[in-house]
Ligand binder design. Structure first.
Ligand code: ADP
Ligand code: ADP
Ligand code: ZN
Length: 219
């Protein structure tokens, strides 16, 4: 199964992707996570990407497309993928189709997490991420058992450097400009589904799960 999760920054893509991976044994491929790991490791690609990420701008396609192709070509992806944070533009969507054709894979469903701007700002400013394993928390909506400590690995929780109110607003603006043609693109292919991203984490998951169960049943 190959699922694409879309939605504004903070919609819950990473949170739902992790749940989907546990439930269906899929691999979570998140372009943002790949970039953040590259920044942490201090690679050349990481250095280039960081300049854009800090400003809340999109990393150029000449960097993004290569890393997506490389990651999807790895053997583990044959078991199925949840793609999170990619594609963000029509050019990226077309490039993805080409990569998947070469790999003899295809998208089963594109799910957008629909949510309004105020909620997204609240979620992003309260987001905390484990500095060790990358698990995501929220200070109000999904707090760790012990303050600032990861439930899974006892790592320290940190705020993402791009989750500041100014950068968040820029990221939302970019998203709003780019999303309408992408929705059309996948609607025309009959792949598009909209889930209510404002619900509680488990309710959002139940809705996504119901879409996928129906799809599996039909195919
Ligand atoms: P969020 O989870 O808040 O939506 P991401 O973790 O997906 O954010 O992305 C963080 C940053 O990484 C983006 O602001 C952008 O700079 C870069 N990035 C991630 N995915 C892409 C992409 N598909 N194209 C260009 N830049 C990207
Ligand atoms: P994205 O990957 O789309 O940027 P995340 O999954 O990182 O979004 O979620 C953003 C923040 O909102 C995190 O702090 C997360 O714990 C929290 N969150 C995710 N889903 C929900 C939800 N349904 N209700 C409340 N908070 C949520
Ligand atoms: Zn952790």
């Amino acid at each position: 199964m190959f699922v694409v999760l879309m939605g504004p920054p903070g919609a819950g893509k990473g949170t739902q992707a992790e749940k989907l991976c546990k439930e269906f044994g899929l691999i979570h491929v998140a372009t943002g996570d790949i970039f953040r790991n590259a920044v942490k490791e201090g690679t050349e690609m990481g250095k280039k990407a960081k300049a854009y990420m800090d400003k809340g701008e999109l990393v150029p396609d000449e960097i993004v497309l290569g890393i997506v192709k490389e990651r999807l070509s790895k053997a583990d992806c044959a078991n199925g993928v949840v793609l999170d944070g990619f594609p963000r533009t029509i050019q990226q969507a077309e490039a993805l189709d080409q990569v998947l054709e070469d790999l003899k894979m295809k998208i089963n469903m594109v799910i957008i997490l629909d949510i309004n701007e105020d909620e997204v700002i609240d979620r992003l400013t309260g987001r905390r991420v484990c500095s060790n394993c990358g698990a995501t928390y929220h200070i109000k909506y999904n707090p760790p058992k012990v303050r600032n400590i990861c439930d899974y690995c006892s790592g320290e929780l940190q705020q993402r450097s791009d989750d500041t109110i100014e950068t968040v607003k820029d990221r939302i603006k970019i998203y709003n400009n780019l999303i309408p043609p992408l929705i059309d693109y996948y609607e025309q292919k009959g792949l598009f589904q909209k889930a209510n991203g404002s619900n509680l984490i488990d309710c959002v998951f139940a809705e996504i799960d119901s879409f996928l169960q129906k799809k599996v049943y039909i195919e």
